[in-house]
Design a protein around this ligand. Structure first.
Ligand SMILES: Cc1cc2nc3c(=O)[nH]c(=O)nc-3n(C[C@H](O)[C@H](O)[C@H](O)COP(=O)(O)O)c2cc1C
Length: 221
């Protein structure tokens, strides 16, 4: 019979010095991550993407329900279909739906309704949030804290890709239900985000924006 509890393995007890070193080197690593919007078509190994998804799958989740699904898209025809539908939604957003205040905020990113990167980047990872599961008998299995869980998993995914030398863009055309049709995903899965993954175009520029300082985002109590 499967044991209910097993000894914790692989926890590394570091010295304070080593802990500080590790924490500093991680801050350096993630500080260099930027969202990019111009991707080259340079291919990257599928194994790298699969490993990043494996890493995302280690995320903590409410009651260990692991309420995520990652559609890894490399097929040019599927990428094209996603681009066409995303651009339709984005056109609606930029020309009709977006309130002026939102458009003003977006100005510094130079974004518009054209999303060529959806076809050009070698991979789109479409992250789905599984709202519930069904047992073999058709009974509904409830999921808990799905948004929080999938958010953490997506953070790990982005960080794992960055760690492997793959640049990303978090893309959220709204609404995104067209992704269920294109990718043939069931109704209990809600599109959460598209993570565009690849190598930056040589001429890539990024918005000159600042990150808040530690004192602005944390207080020691
Ligand atoms: C939930 C979420 C949704 C986002 N959606 C879009 C998007 O649809 N299009 C886009 O160009 N950038 C999008 N971004 C990227 C942000 O604009 C970007 O992360 C932010 O400006 C900070 O820049 P950095 O990622 O380079 O640090 C999104 C980011 C997040 C976290």
């Amino acid at each position: 019979m499967k044991q209910k509890f097993i000894p914790l393995e692989n926890f590394h007890l570091y010295s304070d010095k080593k802990m500080i070193e590790q924490s500093k080197s991680f801050v350096n690593l993630v500080s260099n991550r930027r969202s990019i919007r111009t991707f080259s078509s340079q291919p990257i190994p599928l194994e790298v993407i699969e490993n990043a998804v494996k890493a995302a799958g280690t995320s903590p989740s409410g009651a260990n329900m692991q309420p995520w699904f990652f559609a890894i898209v490399k097929d040019p025809e599927i990428k094209k279909a996603i681009r066409i539908e995303a651009e339709k939604e984005e056109k609606e957003f930029y020309t009709k739906r977006a309130p002026d205040e939102w458009l003003k905020t977006l100005k510094k990113f130079g974004t518009n309704d054209e999303k060529p990167f959806l076809e050009k980047a070698p991979y789109l990872i479409v992250v789905f949030e599984r709202k519930f599961d069904k047992s073999a008998e058709g009974k509904t299995i409830k999921h808990y804290y799905t948004k929080e869980s999938v958010g953490i998993a997506t953070g790990i995914l982005i960080t794992a890709l960055h760690h492997s030398g793959v640049a990303t863009l978090t893309h959220t055309p709204s609404p995104m239900n067209f992704l269920n049709q294109i990718l043939d995903r069931p109704a209990n899965e809600k599109p959460f985000m598209i993570i565009v993954a690849g190598i930056p175009e040589k001429t890539t520029t990024v918005p000159n924006i600042a990150r808040k300082k530690l004192e602005e985002i944390a207080l020691i109590y």
